[in-house]
Write a protein that binds this ligand. Sequence first.
Ligand code: FMN
Length: 184
Amino acid sequence: MIRETIVATVSATGEAHLAPLGLIQDGDGWIIAPFHPSKTIANLRAVPFATANYTDDVRIFAGCLTGRSTWPLIAANFFPVPRLATALSHAELEVLRIEEHGERPRFHCRVQSLVKHRAFEGFNRAKAAVIELAILASRLPMLPREKVEAEIAYLKIAIDKTAGAEELEAMGWLMEKIEGFYRD
Ligand SMILES: Cc1cc2nc3c(=O)[nH]c(=O)nc-3n(C[C@H](O)[C@H](O)[C@H](O)COP(=O)(O)O)c2cc1C
Protein backbone atom coordinates (compact mmCIF):
# COMPACT_ATOMS: atom_id res chain seq x y z
CA MET A 1 0.00 0.00 0.00
CA ILE A 2 1.27 3.42 -0.92
CA ARG A 3 0.13 6.64 0.75
CA GLU A 4 0.67 9.99 -0.98
CA THR A 5 2.24 12.47 1.46
CA ILE A 6 4.30 15.63 1.64
CA VAL A 7 7.66 14.59 3.09
CA ALA A 8 9.69 17.23 4.92
CA THR A 9 13.44 16.76 5.47
CA VAL A 10 16.28 19.06 6.49
CA SER A 11 19.79 19.53 5.11
CA ALA A 12 22.97 19.34 7.18
CA THR A 13 22.70 23.13 7.62
CA GLY A 14 19.08 22.88 8.81
CA GLU A 15 17.32 24.09 5.64
CA ALA A 16 13.89 22.45 5.26
CA HIS A 17 12.79 20.80 2.01
CA LEU A 18 9.31 19.57 1.00
CA ALA A 19 8.62 16.87 -1.62
CA PRO A 20 5.45 14.97 -2.57
CA LEU A 21 6.38 11.31 -2.15
CA GLY A 22 4.46 8.05 -2.03
CA LEU A 23 5.35 6.22 1.18
CA ILE A 24 5.38 2.44 0.89
CA GLN A 25 3.85 0.58 3.83
CA ASP A 26 6.32 -1.67 5.62
CA GLY A 27 4.63 -3.35 8.60
CA ASP A 28 4.26 -0.61 11.23
CA GLY A 29 6.72 1.63 9.39
CA TRP A 30 7.12 3.34 6.02
CA ILE A 31 9.67 3.24 3.22
CA ILE A 32 10.65 6.54 1.57
CA ALA A 33 11.88 5.73 -1.96
CA PRO A 34 12.92 8.77 -4.01
CA PHE A 35 14.53 8.37 -7.43
CA HIS A 36 18.01 9.84 -7.96
CA PRO A 37 18.80 12.72 -8.17
CA SER A 38 16.88 13.94 -5.15
CA LYS A 39 17.31 16.56 -2.46
CA THR A 40 15.33 14.28 -0.13
CA ILE A 41 17.96 11.54 -0.58
CA ALA A 42 20.81 13.96 0.23
CA ASN A 43 18.94 15.32 3.25
CA LEU A 44 18.05 11.88 4.66
CA ARG A 45 21.69 10.83 4.41
CA ALA A 46 22.73 13.97 6.33
CA VAL A 47 19.88 14.03 8.87
CA PRO A 48 18.07 10.64 9.06
CA PHE A 49 14.67 11.97 10.13
CA ALA A 50 11.58 13.17 8.23
CA THR A 51 7.99 14.21 8.79
CA ALA A 52 5.30 12.60 6.63
CA ASN A 53 2.57 15.22 6.34
CA TYR A 54 -0.98 14.05 5.64
CA THR A 55 -2.85 16.85 3.92
CA ASP A 56 -5.86 17.23 1.67
CA ASP A 57 -4.66 20.62 0.37
CA VAL A 58 -3.70 19.50 -3.13
CA ARG A 59 -2.14 22.90 -3.90
CA ILE A 60 0.87 21.72 -1.85
CA PHE A 61 1.38 18.67 -4.11
CA ALA A 62 0.94 20.78 -7.27
CA GLY A 63 2.94 23.67 -5.82
CA CYS A 64 6.01 21.61 -4.90
CA LEU A 65 6.12 20.27 -8.49
CA THR A 66 5.85 23.75 -10.02
CA GLY A 67 8.40 25.75 -8.05
CA ARG A 68 6.03 26.84 -5.25
CA SER A 69 7.56 25.03 -2.30
CA THR A 70 7.51 27.61 0.51
CA TRP A 71 4.47 26.40 2.45
CA PRO A 72 4.21 27.41 6.13
CA LEU A 73 6.06 25.06 8.48
CA ILE A 74 5.97 24.60 12.25
CA ALA A 75 9.07 23.51 14.17
CA ALA A 76 8.67 20.62 16.59
CA ASN A 77 9.90 20.81 20.19
CA PHE A 78 11.85 17.57 20.26
CA PHE A 79 12.21 16.54 16.61
CA PRO A 80 14.80 17.88 14.12
CA VAL A 81 12.39 18.27 11.17
CA PRO A 82 9.42 20.69 10.98
CA ARG A 83 5.90 19.78 9.86
CA LEU A 84 3.45 21.43 7.48
CA ALA A 85 1.40 24.00 9.38
CA THR A 86 -1.83 22.90 7.65
CA ALA A 87 -1.35 19.12 7.92
CA LEU A 88 -4.38 17.16 9.08
CA SER A 89 -1.90 14.93 10.89
CA HIS A 90 1.77 14.10 10.60
CA ALA A 91 4.09 11.22 11.42
CA GLU A 92 7.60 11.74 12.78
CA LEU A 93 9.86 9.23 11.04
CA GLU A 94 13.33 7.97 11.90
CA VAL A 95 15.43 6.20 9.24
CA LEU A 96 16.49 2.83 10.63
CA ARG A 97 18.14 1.33 7.55
CA ILE A 98 18.99 2.29 3.97
CA GLU A 99 18.57 -0.30 1.22
CA GLU A 100 21.03 1.01 -1.35
CA HIS A 101 20.06 1.00 -5.05
CA GLY A 102 21.61 2.84 -8.01
CA GLU A 103 18.33 4.44 -9.15
CA ARG A 104 16.04 4.34 -6.14
CA PRO A 105 17.44 3.75 -2.63
CA ARG A 106 14.87 2.79 0.00
CA PHE A 107 14.91 4.47 3.41
CA HIS A 108 13.19 2.18 5.93
CA CYS A 109 11.63 4.30 8.66
CA ARG A 110 10.01 3.71 12.00
CA VAL A 111 7.19 5.93 13.24
CA GLN A 112 8.31 7.75 16.39
CA SER A 113 4.94 9.46 16.78
CA LEU A 114 1.73 10.23 14.91
CA VAL A 115 0.12 13.56 15.78
CA LYS A 116 -3.42 14.68 14.82
CA HIS A 117 -4.26 18.33 14.16
CA ARG A 118 -7.52 18.71 12.18
CA ALA A 119 -10.53 16.69 11.06
CA PHE A 120 -10.63 14.87 7.71
CA GLU A 121 -13.82 16.14 6.07
CA GLY A 122 -14.46 13.50 3.44
CA PHE A 123 -13.42 12.54 -0.07
CA ASN A 124 -13.48 14.96 -2.99
CA ARG A 125 -13.06 13.63 -6.51
CA ALA A 126 -11.29 16.77 -7.76
CA LYS A 127 -8.63 16.44 -5.04
CA ALA A 128 -7.96 12.84 -6.10
CA ALA A 129 -7.87 13.90 -9.75
CA VAL A 130 -5.38 16.70 -9.02
CA ILE A 131 -3.09 14.19 -7.26
CA GLU A 132 -3.25 11.99 -10.39
CA LEU A 133 -2.55 15.03 -12.58
CA ALA A 134 0.45 15.92 -10.36
CA ILE A 135 1.86 12.39 -10.74
CA LEU A 136 1.36 12.67 -14.51
CA ALA A 137 3.11 16.07 -14.54
CA SER A 138 6.09 14.59 -12.65
CA ARG A 139 6.54 11.85 -15.28
CA LEU A 140 6.18 13.69 -18.61
CA PRO A 141 9.56 12.66 -20.08
CA MET A 142 8.66 8.97 -19.54
CA LEU A 143 5.14 9.01 -21.05
CA PRO A 144 3.82 9.20 -24.63
CA ARG A 145 2.02 12.53 -25.28
CA GLU A 146 -1.22 10.80 -26.41
CA LYS A 147 -1.45 8.97 -23.07
CA VAL A 148 -0.90 12.21 -21.14
CA GLU A 149 -3.59 13.99 -23.17
CA ALA A 150 -6.09 11.12 -22.78
CA GLU A 151 -5.56 11.03 -19.00
CA ILE A 152 -5.94 14.81 -18.69
CA ALA A 153 -9.26 14.64 -20.57
CA TYR A 154 -10.50 11.97 -18.14
CA LEU A 155 -9.25 13.72 -14.97
CA LYS A 156 -10.82 17.02 -16.06
CA ILE A 157 -14.30 15.46 -15.86
CA ALA A 158 -14.03 15.05 -12.05
CA ILE A 159 -12.29 18.42 -11.65
CA ASP A 160 -14.94 20.29 -13.67
CA LYS A 161 -17.76 18.62 -11.71
CA THR A 162 -16.45 18.76 -8.13
CA ALA A 163 -13.55 21.24 -7.70
CA GLY A 164 -13.37 24.17 -5.31
CA ALA A 165 -11.08 27.19 -5.71
CA GLU A 166 -7.98 25.40 -4.33
CA GLU A 167 -8.30 22.46 -6.71
CA LEU A 168 -8.78 24.80 -9.69
CA GLU A 169 -5.69 26.79 -8.71
CA ALA A 170 -3.63 23.58 -8.34
CA MET A 171 -4.85 22.33 -11.72
CA GLY A 172 -3.90 25.66 -13.32
CA TRP A 173 -0.30 25.37 -12.05
CA LEU A 174 -0.01 21.79 -13.31
CA MET A 175 -1.51 22.54 -16.72
CA GLU A 176 0.94 25.44 -17.13
CA LYS A 177 3.81 23.01 -16.43
CA ILE A 178 2.46 20.38 -18.83
CA GLU A 179 1.81 22.90 -21.63
CA GLY A 180 5.28 24.42 -21.10
CA PHE A 181 6.88 20.95 -21.39
CA TYR A 182 5.34 20.36 -24.84
CA ARG A 183 5.94 23.94 -26.04
CA ASP A 184 9.68 24.02 -25.14
C1 FMN B 1 1.63 12.24 -5.38
C2 FMN B 1 3.09 12.16 -5.80
C3 FMN B 1 3.87 11.09 -5.38
C4 FMN B 1 5.22 11.01 -5.75
N1 FMN B 1 5.98 9.95 -5.30
C5 FMN B 1 7.28 9.88 -5.64
C6 FMN B 1 8.11 8.81 -5.16
O1 FMN B 1 7.67 7.93 -4.41
N2 FMN B 1 9.43 8.80 -5.52
C7 FMN B 1 9.96 9.80 -6.32
O2 FMN B 1 11.15 9.78 -6.63
N3 FMN B 1 9.20 10.81 -6.78
C8 FMN B 1 7.89 10.89 -6.46
N4 FMN B 1 7.14 11.93 -6.92
C9 FMN B 1 7.81 13.02 -7.68
C10 FMN B 1 8.61 13.90 -6.69
O3 FMN B 1 7.75 14.65 -5.86
C11 FMN B 1 9.54 14.91 -7.39
O4 FMN B 1 10.34 14.25 -8.33
C12 FMN B 1 10.41 15.60 -6.37
O5 FMN B 1 11.06 16.65 -7.00
C13 FMN B 1 11.39 14.66 -5.66
O6 FMN B 1 12.69 15.13 -5.69
P1 FMN B 1 13.37 15.94 -4.47
O7 FMN B 1 13.60 14.99 -3.33
O8 FMN B 1 14.64 16.46 -5.07
O9 FMN B 1 12.42 17.06 -4.11
C14 FMN B 1 5.79 12.03 -6.57
C15 FMN B 1 4.99 13.11 -6.98
C16 FMN B 1 3.65 13.18 -6.61
C17 FMN B 1 2.83 14.34 -7.08
